[in-house]
Design a protein around this ligand. Structure first.
Ligand code: ZN
Length: 145
């Protein structure tokens, strides 16, 4: 680590110039001291992680479905297409709930929560793109079932 490396509080994400300053801060860190705040934050992060994995897998499956349809591997294409379509609406509902949860937790301005808010905003945009991709699959190749 360089001497300019930042040290951040693992609980709230605030950054400090030294490990000592972090230790000093932690005595009064509101997130560290509030079990409730910490568990809300961890719960939201856990949900976000699941949605992020689903988005990655869905993008990959949609791309592979297009390729498989294009190359005449219809059975494989349908399987991939269906996989994306199957959980789409329920995961979008989870993402919407997550977004609301993050907004409710958002009266605080800690960096860790701000990062979570930014990530969720990005996932909402990615989900919108994925919806367009899925709609294109449905339009060109049917419902995938
Ligand atoms: Zn802190």
């Amino acid at each position: 680590m360089s001497k300019h490396a930042m040290h951040s509080c693992p609980d709230c994400g605030m950054e400090f110039g030294s490990a000592w300053a972090v230790t000093n801060h932690q005595r009064t860190c509101p997130v560290r001291q509030s079990h409730e705040l910490r568990s809300i934050q961890e719960n939201l992060e856990w949900k976000r992680g699941r949605i992020e994995r689903w988005l990655h897998e869905s993008y990959a499956s949609a791309a592979r479905a297009f390729a498989a349809y294009h190359n005449g591997h219809i059975e494989e294409a349908r399987r991939l297409h269906q996989w994306v379509a199957e959980d789409f609406e329920s995961t979008i509902a989870e993402l919407t709930a997550l977004s609301e949860g993050v907004a409710q937790a958002g009266s605080s301005h800690y960096p860790r929560l701000a990062k979570l808010r930014g990530d969720v905003k990005l996932h909402l945009e990615q989900a919108q793109d994925l919806r367009l991709i899925l709609e294109t699959l449905q339009r060109d190749y049917g419902q995938g079932a």
